[in-house]
Design a binder for this molecule. Structure first.
Ligand code: 5RP
Length: 261
């Protein structure tokens, strides 16, 4: 693997344990002012010391994140559709590689919608992005996005994760599901899981725990952290599960039974 690509990847997935806690705050690119992210700067700044990387759009990066903070950036570079549309799969590449480099991105991220009517467009965009990324040593994270009509089961998620990896993605982001070992064992690149809609804290920690137990490299979690009543506690608990291997209950007790603002 090329030095630059490997070096950038190691900023995201920590070489000490091959694990990562990515903080996803890119929801606004299709959801607008997402609950918990109305004031991005206020919400996210206290979380940054506990995140291994930050996944977001260039607009939020330029306007809301202090450039002097040293945190690896995973730049969302796909979009084009909003939640007002029934079909979210009509995405294209929205950021040039030149701008990603200008923003010092450690990786770029794009969604593919396998099984949707725009399946081909997403996969071809991923292939183009990988070619561009390879030219400059920038890894691509492929999000196996799931349309409303698609099942989040191991059959579908292993199909879409494998297609993402075969197309050249360096990291695949997908959803946790029953038989998740199947998704991991058939995907030749590191897999991170999304947290999905806000659930209870213990449930989200359980998801992270089960995902890494099955072989995931970690999480790329958003709403279950920034919509939590105590987001700093939550991200610390997620770290304890992902990096220290604490069981969900232990991680919860370790951080929620101490006083953190
Ligand atoms: C949207 C994304 C989001 O980053 C993703 O859904 C992660 O956040 P959450 O944990 O809130 O699901 O990639 O396509």
């Amino acid at each position: 693997m090329d030095y630059g690509l490997k070096n950038r990847l190691s900023r995201i997935i920590k070489p000490e344990d091959n694990r990562t806690v990515m903080l996803a705050i890119d929801h606004g690119y299709f959801m607008g002012p997402t609950s918990g992210l109305e004031d991005v700067k206020g919400a996210i700044t206290p979380l940054l010391p506990y995140a291994d990387s930050l996944m977001l759009t260039r607009g939020i990066l330029r306007n809301q994140i202090d450039a002097r903070i040293d945190i690896p950036i995973v730049l969302r570079v796909s979009g084009g559709t909003s939640i007002l549309k029934d079909d979210l799969s009509d995405e294209d590449i929205t950021v040039s590689m030149e701008d990603a480099i200008r923003l010092n991105a450690s990786a770029v991220a794009l969604s593919i919608f396998v099984g949707s009517k725009n399946e081909k467009q997403g996969i071809i965009n991923l292939a183009k992005l990988v070619d561009e990324g390879n030219r400059y040593g920038i890894p691509v994270l492929a999000v196996t996005a799931v349309g409303r009509e698609m099942a989040r089961d191991a059959r579908y998620l292993s199909l879409s994760s494998r297609i993402a990896a075969e197309t050249g993605a360096s990291i695949v982001k997908t959803y946790y599901c029953d038989d998740f070992e199947k998704v991991i064992s058939t995907c030749p690149v590191p897999v991170v899981v999304a947290g999905g809609k806000k659930t209870g804290e213990k449930e989200a920690l359980e998801l992270a725990y089960n995902a890494v137990k099955c072989g995931a490299a970690g999480v790329d979690m958003g709403r279950n952290i920034f919509q939590s009543e105590r987001p700093v506690n939550m991200i610390k608990a997620v770290r304890a599960v992902v990096h220290e291997g604490l069981a969900p209950e232990e991680a919860y007790n370790a951080v929620y039974n101490v006083d953190t603002p």
